[in-house]
Write a protein that binds this ligand. Structure first.
Ligand SMILES: CC(C)(COP(=O)(O)OP(=O)(O)OC[C@H]1O[C@@H](n2cnc3c(N)ncnc32)[C@H](O)[C@@H]1OP(=O)(O)O)[C@@H](O)C(=O)NCCC(=O)NCCS
Length: 233
């Protein structure tokens, strides 16, 4: 009997292909996963073949496959949270942690279920990352970081020590965050920004130094007006 573990990827867009690529590279290094295919709730996608994998169906497919490993191939923090929370309630699923063979995870780094670490991403030492986080290609997080759930850290970001990133934060490509510059829940920092001061929840901030340019409506599920950082214990 094969020791390979069955896995499906939720999503069929560009991000799902990225995640699929990581799972394939893990298998190249050491045969680990039996990739069954992709899932997408858009019926138009069902039966199509994307990057060599068939879209097997939508969420309902999971009723027939209890205990399946599933990784969410969605880049948006809010959408990833909505999907994860819905699937968790409805189905018996395992969310494995997926780490590209070329990622570096140092000592005393804790990673939560469903997190995906891309090639050349680095989690240096002594830091906590919650569930369903995304550490994209070449991104670095470091000592003392407290990273909540559903955080998306896009390519080539650098997060200095002792920074808290609250739930659902998205850091655009190439963002730098200096030490202690915490970011509140569901805020988005524009690509190429430099965060030198704390950023409140639910804003879009851009530039060097990064400044808020827009307020965002808090997602329906977000806790009401919690002070910056208090989501984390
Ligand atoms: C910040 C961001 C979310 C803003 O998107 P938006 O809400 O649609 O905002 P707009 O495009 O309307 O831009 C609003 C203003 O901010 C400026 N702006 C947008 N992004 C900026 C950035 N990254 N740096 C500096 N200024 C930026 C725009 O030029 C515009 O300025 P103006 O009002 O003087 O014309 C988006 O531009 C961005 O950078 N997203 C990150 C994308 C990314 O890295 N994805 C990772 C994929 S792997």
């Amino acid at each position: 009997m094969s020791d390979l573990k069955n896995i499906v990827i939720f999503g069929s867009g560009g991000w799902a292909r990225e995640v699929l690529g990581i799972v394939e590279m893990i298998n190249r290094q050491s045969a680990t996963w039996n990739i069954l295919g992709l899932l997408d709730d858009d019926p138009k996608q069902h039966g199509s073949v994307i990057a060599g994998q068939t879209v097997l169906g939508g969420s309902d497919w999971l009723y027939e496959h209890p205990g399946i490993n599933l990784v969410i191939g969605i880049g948006s923090s809010i959408t990833r949270k909505q999907i994860a929370e819905r699937l968790m309630v409805q189905f018996d699923i395992v969310f494995p942690i997926i780490i590209h063979p070329l990622a570096y995870v140092g000592p005393r780094v804790s990673l939560g279920e469903g997190s995906v670490l891309h090639a050349y991403s680095v989690a240096t030492v002594d830091l906590q990352m919650g569930r369903h986080n995304l550490l994209n290609v070449g991104a670095m997080v470091s000592h003392g970081n407290r990273i909540a759930d559903y955080v998306s850290i896009h390519p080539h970001c650098n997060v200095s020590g002792d920074v808290t990133l609250c739930e659902g934060v998205e850091l655009g490509t190439g963002t730098d965050v200096i030490q202690g510059a915490n970011i509140g829940s569901y805020s988005i920092v524009g690509a190429g920004s430099v965060v030198v001061k704390p950023i409140e929840a639910c804003c879009v901030a851009v530039g060097a130094p990064a400044k808020p340019i827009k307020r965002l409506a808090p997602p329906m599920f977000a806790p009401a007006a919690v002070p910056l950082g208090s989501e984390l214990s």
